[in-house]
Design a protein around this ligand. Sequence first.
Ligand code: ZN
Ligand code: ZN
Length: 239
Amino acid sequence: MTGPGKLPARDFEEIRLAEALERGRCPLCDARQESSFAALRGLAREGATDRGLRDQMDKGLGFCRPHSVGLSKMELLQTSSQLATAVLLDAVLRRRLATLKKVAGGDASSQVRGLAELSDPRCPVCTRTAEASAAAVRRLLALSIDEAWSEALGSGEICLDDIYALWTAAAAGPKEVSARWSRILAAQLKRLDGLQKTLAEYAHNSTMDRRGLITREQQEAGAASIRFFGGSPDRDRTR
Ligand SMILES: [Zn+2]
Ligand SMILES: [Zn+2]
């Protein structure tokens, strides 16, 4: 693992990606969290008075479950109120109610169609985080030309879904990118082999009579496996 501040970074974006890797966080989870934080902060501040956004809400834009909660929490944190959230959710609810009534009046097959369309909340925060995620994938694959970055990506805690995302982009990219990714992937698979072995030892020691044998390393493997499947947890930004 490359030490703190060792990865060459040319701009703010690269500094953030480097920091995430150096702090043992998935850089793509980190990029998504950063962008959803920025988007929610903007919405909590100006969303309620943003005429363009309100118009889009009237046309069907809404918030997904986590970002509905995220918006209200962000606003509470910033202003100790949830008025902007109420203004925005009112606009969403009005539009949704009209659609729900229309769907309810249709025959079975049009109800199925209508519900399928409604399953996409057209969340603007999700759109921003998906863009940030894709941009970070492109950036990391480009940075992997540098040996230090390549090594950090091979040994870093990249979560499973984001390994898939990098892999998919690399496989669809030019030959030299997929060749660079193959080396990173080989290192990741080695890392995961080690994680799995330690996790198995941890699991083996989970019985009552063996609990005293659990080592710190095994415990850490347990936490790392949760991050591997669940992604890096949100950074505490309230401090
Ligand atoms: Zn991730
Ligand atoms: Zn969302």
